[in-house]
Every structure is written in C-alpha cells, then in structure tokens.
Design a protein around this ligand. Structure first.
Ligand code: TEU
Ligand code: CA
Length: 620
C-alpha cells in the first residue's frame, strides 16, 4: 500500500495494468511520468478517488503484482517450430460452405474447399467449434465434447476432414472451450439433479450472486430453481462456468483433450483460457473498473490465482505427450502477462491472442469511429521490441468476434482493395505467426444490416437491450451495427452465384456484397487482393528472414509512416507502409534493391494512399 504509482509502473505486471487502464480511458502513458502523479501511493488512492477505487481493487492489483516470476530472464525466441513458420486460416464452419442446402455451413462443405486453402498457401486451419451444441452461442456452448454437431455432420466427416487436411500437408487446430459448457451438458444436468452426487461441484454455485456481469449483458448469475442456488455464467445464460478448483473437472477435461489428440489433431485454440481460475470467495468486482471496461468483475479472474498452475498441468498431462500446439485466447492481458503465459521455459501455452490492438485507445468495439492505423503501428512496435524477441507473436486483425478490419479503417470507396493489401503486407511480414480469418483474403467488409431482425448473435441482442435502456433505440442499433460479431459471420463469398455460392438453400444469415467481392473473380485476376495474399504467403515461405529474422522498426515517431527491416545472415528485407488515406512524402531516399511485392504498380517518390511495399535490399 506504500508503493507509489511509479513503483508499480516499474513492475512489469504493474505496467501492464496501468497501461490497460490508461488505454481503456484513452489517456496517454506519459501521465505516469508526471512527478506528482507518479508519487501517489497506492494506499492514498481510495481517498483520492472518493472511495470509488475500493480496497478490493487495490488488493487485486497487489496480488497480481506479487507474481513471483516476473523478474527472471527470458530466453531468445529462436528455436524452430512448424507453428512459427505456418500461415493459419480460421474457418467459422457455420458460414464457410454448405454442402446439403440447409443454409448452414458444414464439414462436407469445408472438405470440398480444401483445395482452395491449399492454393492460397495455407499451412494450418483453426476450426471454430464443431462439437454437439444447442447453439445458443454458435457452438461455443458445448453439450457433448466427443460428438459432432448434427448440423455440421457426423464423426466420419470429421475423420475425413482431418485425413484430407493431412494428406494435403495442412494441420488442424480444434477450438477448445473449457471455461464453460452448455447448460445441456450432462455434467450440468447431473449437477442440478443431484447436488450431492459426483457432478455436484462441477460448476460454480452460490447462495447469493456477486456483482459480476456477463459479457452478453446483465448479471453473470442465473438462478437454478432445483438447487435454490445461483450458477455463474460469464457468457450467455446457457454457458455455465466450470469449477476448475475441482480436480475431477480438470481430469475430465484433460481426458477429453487426449481423446482428440489420439485422433491426430495437431493442436488447440483455447477459448477465453485466461478466465478459468476464479479467486476464492468470488469477491465483488470494482465498479469503477466495470464502468471503464464495460464488464464488472474482470480484474478478479482475467489472470486468476491458479491460472498458470492449471495451464502447466494441462500441458503436462495432455498436450505435451502428443507434441500438440496451443494458442490461448487471452483477452485483457498485456505484454508481461503474455510472456508469463507463453515463454518457452514456463511450459504453459505456445502462443496467445492479445486484443488491445483491435480498437483505438478510449474506444470499444461498439463505438462508431474510424480506426487509426497509427495506433496499430505503436501497438505492434512495442510488441516487436518487448515481446517477440522472447515469445512468438500472433498476428491478426479479424476473427469471428470482431467487425471486419477494412470497415473499421476505411470501409467505402475504391481504396478498399489497396487497404486490404496494406493489411496483408503487415500481417505477412511482421515478426510472428499470421492468422487469416475466412474472407479476409478477398476483402470482405461489414454487412449493412437493416434491422435487429437481421442479426443472429446472442451478444448483439443482449448488448442491444443494454444500450437501448440508456441511449434509446436508434443509437443502440447504430452501435450494434458498428460492433456486432455478425459482421464477420456472414457467409463466405465464393462466387457471383445466388448467396455467393455458399448454399443452394436459404442461408442462416444474410449474405454480403457478392457482386463486387467474391473468391472466383479474384482467383482469376492476378492483381486481385486474393492473388496478393497468395503471392505474399509464398514470398514468406521463400524468405526465412520474414519468419526467423530480426525486426527493426524505423521512423518510430513519424506519423503515418510504418517502416521496418527484417534480416537474417543472408538477406535484408525492407517494408514500407503509408498508414493514411492521403499520399505522403517518403522519409529518406527511395530504397534501392528490388520490390518483391507492392499494392501499386510502380514505385513513386511519394508514398501513395495506403501504399505498402516489400523490398529486398541485400542478398548474399
Ligand atoms: O470469446 C471471448 C470474448 O467474448 C472476448 O471477445 C472477450 O471476452 C471480450 O472481447 C472482452 O473484451 C470467446 C469466443 O471467441 C466467442 O465467440 C464466444 O462467444 C466466447 O468466447 C464464449 O465462449
Ligand atoms: Ca449444411
């Protein structure tokens, strides 16, 4: 309590926390450098904030700061691994390809499109959940971990998918959703039926709710009549949080993971894996953090007390024996926490997804604003300097939970394709492992949904209600339009045929602008965005410097210009990007050497709007 804000900032985890708070409130980090502010002691903050920062919040911060391992040295990230070299592609199966005309994408549809992924140069597929599910949250609410969702097919289809992928030299990542299960999972049904039985303690039940809120709106607690108790659900009412304190829960999970690994899957993407450890007594969350983040309680469980232990255990018991790869979805963690989760010697995860770059500071996903790529530059520059020398970075802009990146930056007009290519250049030449989300390679954009009836996502409805109460219907609708996850979930645009060639039936969700944006047209055009992605992926394969080489960012303080070198012992590549929609002056001379790729035909003295080029400056 006697530590000053400056002390806290010097602690790596403390720095993550202060930065997250500043980022969320849109304030500059320089604030801490202010002498007066820097010398504020933790113990004073309660009074200075008129009690809004309560003791509970300060204690959460202190317990995070006391993580024993933050001072140890990290080894260089220079070991070879297939997942450092691979280009990943995320498939959201419901929207990828429908094979039987019921309007819902399925495994046979995906099998039929594997040639497409090969042609693009994809090495590994991350498949969003395909397990049996009542689909309250499109498969992220699992009813049976060992069964395929009937809409998607049967286990034989899955086995065929896996062997077809392997035959083509591609790998498969499954989605592992183990923070919660569906309320229709047998474990939950048993927990309700017989509270004293084997499954009675598989979930988190309490006599009274605390103040934590759900990500999909409202309280995170649901009253269970039969038990006369409340059950915790951080997501929808039908997604009940598992009790990881219970060793049987952990054993059952690792058993299930081994079952899939025996089948031959190559690894997992671990859904909200940093939320699995909740602190004893489930203390109330801070209201002030709740307001800031939009969710109450998060500081209590986003890096819970046993998280690292649970991850190590799961790795030892399930992943390691099979040499399986893991990437964790870890919302809210900063650079130092990411290092704790992914440094090789810690034996927890191989990689993680951080999300701070998906919005500009001070903005949330549901704000209507134009995303400034300069924020991406500063985010990624910092990660390149402080994270990727030690751990492998994941590189992505899109997934099934976020609007399309082109729409956020500059959705309309003729710059769409140029901008798409700029994004491709950065993603495939920065240091890390790229994850492309389906449709990103053809520049799919947000859908102009016209009314709430056109949405499908449980989150969109929950959030709409929440916003409507405070801001009225019209504003609430506009916010959903900007932030809805359904923007990324509309069907893959294969061709100009009806429904974009996705289905011969009625698609489960409306289709996008197939006339101007579809895979077939772009595959036949050597200058298209699709062809550009294919070329860059192959350039990345031909130039190991882009995978294992060092990265050096230059022009750090120059707005709108993002330049960096990638080099190893045999070559140096230079990448230059204009992050603005205006032409700008090049800094320094036009680089000498050969252009390997560019989103403009010829090089020019000025950098044209969103221009991005990859140069090879030295070959030995
Ligand atoms: O997403 C977790 C999730 O909702 C994050 O977006 C995060 O909690 C939020 O952005 C906080 O800032 C995963 C899945 O990707 C998503 O589709 C599921 O709905 C969710 O978990 C529940 O399983
Ligand atoms: Ca189907």
């Amino acid at each position: 309590m006697n530590s000053t804000l400056r002390d806290i900032y010097r602690n790596p985890i403390g720095r993550d926390i202060l930065r997250k708070i500043l980022l969320q409130s849109g304030r500059n980090e320089k604030l801490i450098e202010n002498r007066i502010i820097g010398s504020i002691r933790l113990g004073w903050i309660r009074r200075l904030s008129f009690g809004r920062v309560d003791r509970g919040l300060l204690e959460s911060v202190i317990s995070l700061l006391n993580n024993e391992d933050t001072v140890q040295e990290y080894k260089a990230n220079n070991t070879r691994a297939w997942w450092k070299e691979a280009v990943f592609y995320q498939v959201y199966p419901r929207s990828f390809m429908d094979s039987n005309g019921d309007g819902v994408g399925d495994l046979r549809g995906l099998i039929g499109r594997l040639g497409y992924l090969s042609e693009l140069g994809i090495d590994a597929v991350w498949l969003s959940p395909v397990y049996d599910s009542p689909n309250d949250d499109n498969g992220y609410d699992i009813r049976d971990y060992r069964k395929i969702m009937s809409e998607f097919g049967i286990m034989e289809d899955f086995d065929e998918l896996l062997s077809e992928l392997h035959r083509r030299g591609m790998r498969l990542l499954m989605d592992l959703v183990v923070n919660h299960t569906s309320d229709e999972h047998e474990w939950f049904r048993e927990a309700v039926r017989d509270p004293e039985g084997n499954y009675g303690d598989y979930y988190i039940f309490r006599d009274r709710p605390n103040n934590w809120t759900s990500y999909f709106g409202g309280s995170a607690w649901r009253y269970i009549e039969e038990r006369k108790e409340y059950a915790l659900h951080l997501f929808s009412e039908k997604q009940i949080d598992l009790n990881w304190e219970n060793v049987s829960v952990r054993e059952d999970i690792s058993d299930m993971v081994r079952w899939w690994l025996k089948k031959g899957v190559d690894g997992f993407r671990l859904d909200v894996i940093n939320y699995i450890s909740k602190p004893k007594g489930l203390p109330d969350g801070s209201e002030i953090i709740g307001k800031l983040m939009g969710y109450t309680g998060v500081e209590k469980y986003f890096f819970g007390p046993k998280l690292n232990d649970y991850l190590r255990e799961l790795r030892r018991d399930a992943f390691e024996p099979y040499g399986a790869f893991t990437v964790g979805e870890t919302p809210g963690v900063g650079i130092e926490m990411m290092k704790l989760l992914t440094a090789e010697r810690r034996k927890e995860l191989d990689m993680a997804f951080s999300f701070d770059h998906l919005e500009n500071p001070g903005h949330s996903r549901f704000d209507e604003y134009r995303y400034d790529l300069n924020c991406y530059k500063s985010f990624i520059t910092e990660y390149m300097e402080k994270y990727s020398p030690y751990c492998q970075m994941s590189l992505f802009y899109e997934n099934h939970d976020n609007p399309r990146m082109i729409s956020k930056v500059d959705g309309d007009g003729k710059l769409r394709w140029i901008l798409g290519k700029l994004l491709a250049v950065m993603q495939l030449t920065l240091k890390g492992t790229p994850f492309i989300f389906q449709g990103q390679e053809i520049g799919m954009v947000n859908k102009g949904f016209r009314s709430m009836e056109e949405f499908r996502d449980v989150e969109s409805f929950g959030k709409f209600e929440e916003f409507r109460k405070v801001q009225g219907e019209e504003k609430a609708f506009r916010r959903i339009l900007a932030g809805s996850r359904d923007n990324a979930r509309i069907p893959m645009q294969w061709s100009k045929e009806p429904n974009g060639g996705f289905t011969e039936g009625i698609p489960w969700i409306g289709t996008g602008d197939i006339e101007v944006c579809n895979a077939e047209d772009q595959m036949g055009d050597k200058d298209s965005l699709w062809s550009f992605y294919r070329d860059l992926i192959s350039i990345r394969k031909d130039h190991p410097a882009l995978v294992y080489g060092d990265i050096e960012v230059t022009n750090k303080d120059k707005k709108d210009i993002f330049t960096y070198f990638r080099k190893d012992d045999s070559e140096t590549l230079f990448i230059e990007c204009n992050l603005s929609r205006e032409a700008i002056r090049r800094v320094g001379p036009v680089p000498s050497g050969r252009r390997l790729a560019s989103n403009y035909d010829e090089s020019n003295e000025d950098l044209r709007p969103y221009e991005a080029s990859v140069w090879i400056t030295r070959e030995e």
